[in-house]
Design a protein around this ligand. Structure first.
Ligand code: NDP
Length: 273
């Protein structure tokens, strides 16, 4: 463990492709393979923060700790503060500096893969956690006309849209969902459903039929992606978002321009395996 200077933490996190992708970038700069993963329970987070301050140069945070980790950061970058989400921490002189790179990753992926420009558009986000709030902020900053957030717990969706003036709905409110699905140019799936193989899909087949374009932030194959493809819907998974959010994190930690192609090749190889 001594030569590990970077980690991705979360629960679950064993599936994460971040180690493969980040180690390809570090390797490009002859810095070995200093990036690994650690699965943590909520109770283990305070001790981990102390460990990180003394031993790490940086770490990524995935579900479900992107908000919880903020308690341990001495400084939070303004974008992360506004998104209420930290997915990247840089350790400087024993202090944790929190950033978010999820929104940047999503926007780059929307542009490069779906050729979608959010300015003037309507987007429906499923979920209201760390990724969703970071994505929402980026879309709004980029000129989105209407933001709709559907979440299992309505209160969290309302909290997310409050600063942006969007619409919050409950995922189980079928009538409101139908209207939102009709309205949206793109549906961005930001719940953690799909990370586990036995997870149900957040949208039924009838709901999916109303979707024009689907962006599932989960980068593994999911039931939702398979169902959407069967219906001929333009669907993108989260691998390009993962690539760009990881590239930005690498730049924050090291100050080097991220070797995107090297990272992409490592990611594509790992996804195929
Ligand atoms: P959080 O833990 O912060 O949020 C989880 C969200 O999922 C909440 O909205 C939660 O709803 C919802 N949720 C959890 N379980 C269920 C369920 N059984 N039914 C309905 N909704 C549920 O996670 P993150 O925001 O960090 O991550 C969310 C997703 O985004 C993950 O799948 C992750 O893989 C993906 N992601 C992908 C990235 C990429 O680069 N491709 C980058 C970042 C994230 P509630 O509020 O009601 O609990």
């Amino acid at each position: 463990m001594e030569d590990i200077k970077y980690l991705v933490i979360g629960d679950p996190v064993k599936h994460s492709l971040s180690p493969v992708m980040q180690n390809a970038a570090f390797d490009f700069f002859d810095e070995g393979k200093p990036y690994s993963f650690r699965e943590l329970s909520l109770e283990e987070l305070p001790a981990f923060a102390e460990y990180a301050k003394a031993n790490l140069s940086g770490f990524n945070i995935t579900a479900p700790y992107k908000q919880e980790i903020m308690k341990y950061c001495s400084v939070i970058h303004e974008e992360a503060e506004a998104a209420n989400s930290v997915n990247t921490v840089k350790v400087i002189a024993g202090k944790l500096y929190g950033y978010t790179t999820d929104g940047y990753g999503l926007l780059e992926a929307l542009r490069t893969i779906l050729q979608y420009e959010p300015a003037g558009g309507t987007v429906l986000i499923l979920g209201a956690g760390g990724a969703a709030s970071s994505v929402a902020l980026t879309l709004v900053q980029d000129g989105l006309k209407k933001l709709i957030v559907a979440n299992r717990s309505l209160a969290r969706a309302e909290e997310l849209v409050a600063p942006h003036g969007g619409q919050a709905i409950e995922l189980s409110d079928l009538a409101a969902m139908d209207i939102a699905l009709e309205e949206a140019d793109v549906v961005i799936q930001c719940t953690s459903l799909g990370l586990r193989p036995d997870d149900e899909s957040p949208l039924s087949e009838a709901q999916l039929r109303k979707v024009k374009m689907l962006f599932d932030t989960v980068y593994l194959p999911t039931k939702l992606q398979a169902d959407a493809k069967k219906l001929g819907i333009k669907v993108v998974n989260g691998s390009t978002m993962l690539l760009y959010q990881g590239a930005r994190a690498f730049e924050i930690w090291t100050g080097h321009a991220a070797p995107i192609i090297k990272m992409q090749l490592a990611l594509e190889k790992a996804i195929k395996e």
